[in-house]
Design a protein around this ligand. Structure first.
Ligand SMILES: Cc1cc2nc3c(=O)[nH]c(=O)nc-3n(C[C@H](O)[C@H](O)[C@H](O)COP(=O)(O)OP(=O)(O)OC[C@H]3O[C@@H](n4cnc5c(N)ncnc54)[C@H](O)[C@@H]3O)c2cc1C
Length: 497
């Protein structure tokens, strides 16, 4: 009897995991993939989920549904954690960083191709990232038809419940939009439904079972807080002798950022935003981020003819991004340190499937603002030292500064070996022997990177260490009761496409 594996959610991490499982085990295992969406990418309201948040747009603008998930709309910039993200020498971060270092090269090869040899070198406080080629960003479209032939794809099925007994998930309950309820049993489950929906599902699971009662599930929810600090005029983007112009490497853009930290160890990064006021560049960016409509008219796009000429010339002949030197800005992204008061919880309101909506209690705290102010002053000194002409944008004395979350949800399902951790370093959910979870929610905070590539390292760690796959597995028990289930035995077995 082949081992049965079920992947819940086929977005960025679900697709990566699926590909890696197929590469590792081929047809030695039976894989079923349950996906709420289909081949068309939809946002929260289109898919029928709901959330309540006073201050954050992460659920409405920062996640997408359907095969490929948010990777169909993301920037695709890959970076990894390293020792510079752990100035406090925290033990959990030490482990996270070690696991990143162990799998970084494998992940880069999987993302960029075997023949690509790029060193994301560590140079004092400069971190290098790589923006994946546009055609390589959607993680699901990397899966070939012949690979998918061996997989049971179950679209338009929303996982709503886990059937749990003797420390194991026996099966999952799935709802379709028209109210049909079905069930699927497996030996091993991988929850990759995004940080927010995975947390919502586990909060609901905990409400019914109490398995995660003593953990920090939902707590310390964080993101990067992003704010534009200064506009620099009439200068090349060179700081302390380092040129921050992105360069092109085999279709991918190589970027640089500066890791920053406050005196009490809050970490973030400083990066340059180029060509912001140039409409034709904005148009190209909107196109690349998969926006279905643009705010730029065709006339405005063409009026930037000189820019477009330079842009194409630099990209193809100089292998770098063309930067309009008359004006560019310094953007600061700071992590929200832990502990904080932000929290995800189940709301009383129900969504279109009749499931509890997610309440996102998120805000920018006084501590967050202090960290930004401290960094602002340090960056100003840097600009002066580099004799750059600049205009300040962020005013610490004002309450009308622009600061926003940037869709890097972290903290709510954090990993570790301590009592409060929700998953261990292989992604295994505490108290459940056969449930694994991967999302950016596993990281305690956001530190100095866009965190997705770092999650791929934990998928690799799990595959390497858990010995999942080809071994024989016993049949799952039949006719198990659905713990606290609303399905009341109406569920029928999912059979796939
Ligand atoms: C505009 C934008 C730009 C970004 N740029 C970057 C970047 O450059 N670098 C970076 O590292 N990160 C970036 N991010 C963040 C990054 O996109 C996310 O961290 C990552 O895509 C999340 O992957 P995921 O697999 O956890 O979730 P998703 O990719 O959203 O996948 C979740 C999947 O689960 C499915 N699903 C959800 N609920 C259920 C359910 N109950 N049952 C069944 N299926 C379900 C969904 O349909 C979806 O397919 C960006 C985000 C945005 C919005």
């Amino acid at each position: 009897m082949k081992k049965k594996i079920c992947i819940i959610g086929c977005g960025t991490f679900g697709s990566y995991l699926l590909k890696r499982l197929l590469e590792k085990y081929g047809s030695q295992v039976d894989i079923a993939v349950v996906e709420i969406g289909n081949r068309k990418i939809q946002n929260e309201s289109e898919i029928g989920l709901d959330s309540i948040s006073e201050n954050s747009t992460v659920s409405t603008d920062g996640r997408y549904f359907g095969f490929g998930g948010t990777s169909a709309r993301w920037g695709g910039q890959a970076l990894f954690f390293d020792d510079r993200d752990n100035p406090e020498k925290d033990a959990a971060w030490d482990e996270i960083i070690k696991i990143n270092a162990r799998h970084k090269n494998t992940v880069l090869k999987k993302l960029l191709g075997e023949n690509i040899n790029i060193e994301l070198g560590e140079n004092k406080n400069i971190k290098t990232g790589i923006w994946l080629k546009y055609t390589k960003r959607n993680m699901f479209s990397r899966l070939k038809k012949r690979e998918l032939k061996n997989v049971k794809l179950l679209p338009e099925q929303r996982v709503t419940e886990f059937v749990f007994q003797d420390k194991k998930i026996l099966k999952i309950i799935c709802k379709s939009k028209n109210g049909n309820i079905e069930e699927l049993a497996a030996d091993e489950f991988y929850l990759t439904a995004g940080a927010l929906e995975s947390c919502r599902l586990l909060l609901d699971f905990n409400k019914k079972t109490g398995v995660l009662n003593n953990t920090d599930i939902g707590k310390n929810f964080g993101d990067h807080i992003s704010t534009e600090l200064f506009v620099v005029k009439n200068a090349r983007p060179v700081i302390d002798g380092i040129d921050f112009t992105p360069t092109l490497y085999k279709g991918s853009l190589v970027t640089k950022r500066m890791i920053v930290k406050t005196d009490d160890g809050v970490v973030g990064f400083l990066h340059m935003v180029f060509n912001k006021n140039i409409k034709s560049f904005k148009f190209l960016k909107e196109l690349l981020f998969g926006k279905r409509e643009t705010t730029i008219s065709f006339g405005e796009f063409l009026s930037g003819f000189v820019f477009l000429f330079n842009f194409v010339f630099y990209l193809f002949f100089k292998k770098k991004l063309y930067v309009d030197q008359s004006q560019w800005s310094f953007q600061l992204d700071m992590e929200q340190p832990v502990p904080n008061n932000n929290k995800l919880s189940l709301a009383d309101k129900k969504d279109k499937y009749g499931e509890a909506a997610l309440h996102i209690g998120w805000d920018i705290s006084k501590k967050d603002l202090n960290a930004i102010s401290e960094m602002r002053d340090k960056v100003e000194l840097l600009l002066k030292k580099n004799k750059l002409e600049y205009t300040p944008l962020y005013n610490p004395a004002s309450t009308s500064n622009k600061g926003e979350d940037v869709y890097h949800p972290v903290g709510c399902l954090r990993m570790g070996h301590d009592a409060g951790a929700v998953v261990d370093y292989k992604g295994k959910v505490k108290g459940v022997d056969n449930l694994y979870h991967f999302s950016t929610g596993i990281f305690p905070s956001a530190k100095s990177i866009n965190p997705s590539a770092a999650v791929f390292c934990f998928v690799e760690e799990c595959l390497e260490r858990s010995g999942s796959g080809g071994r024989e597995a016993g049949e799952y028990p039949k006719g198990m009761p659905v713990a606290n289930s609303s399905s009341n035995g109406r569920a029928r077995r999912l059979t796939g496409e």
